[in-house]
Design a protein around this ligand. Sequence first.
Ligand code: 13P
Length: 252
Amino acid sequence: MGKKLIIGNWKMNLTIHEASLYIHKLDKLIVSYSNVEIVVAPSFLALPALSMQVDHSKFKLAAQDFYWRDEGAFTGEVSAHQLRGLVKYALVGHSERRHIFGESGRVIRHKVQAALRNDLIPVLCVGETATERADGETIGALQDQIIEGLANVTSDEAAKVVIAYEPAWAIGAGKTPSPRQINQAINGIRNQVAHLFGDKTARDIRVLYGASVTKDNAASFLDISGVDGLLVGGDSLNAHAFSEIVNKAQEL
Ligand code: 13P
């Protein structure tokens, strides 16, 4: 089994200075790096400074978003092409991008392709809303998001993609699905990947769980069959809490 992948999504938090202090602290708190790939996703502003600061054998960087065109007249945007060499991963289609900023399936598909074209690993975020879950449409919603996000991707490319299962209703809510519900959702995701790209890709593709992961419940998610790692929001803002999550993943 590969290393567990633990990603901290800082969202719109931490200044450049705070980000730098955080990494300094985190490095002291992590016991070992051997079984875990540790990734932090700061704001665009902090990326250049952190890229200079971090030991890249210990920490990888991720972008939280980007625009899918490589360059041009797109005021305010940052492209995957500009991020090349600066980050290893890039989140795509995070629930907040979909629901607050109205990002469509078409845009998300373009972003997955732009990431791959620029040698970034896309972390395609999928998840059902509260209404979809209440209506028994969870698996269908996840499968639709996989079909949309991975359209026009080859099976070799699909095997590189990371999929993060983040139920929209549980993000930042202090609520989580049961282990059984997470396992069902992840099986639904892998079944759809198998349908599109074959069984080998479905086995190889890494699937993370995210939404209200804390230092206290992280181990319980990592124990669920099919979970290859975690995407952590709120608890990743505290170096102590995030280091505990990493240290738990390391022990498993
Ligand atoms: P929380 O861990 O704060 O629920 O956020 C999850 C998330 O959106 C990570 O991308």
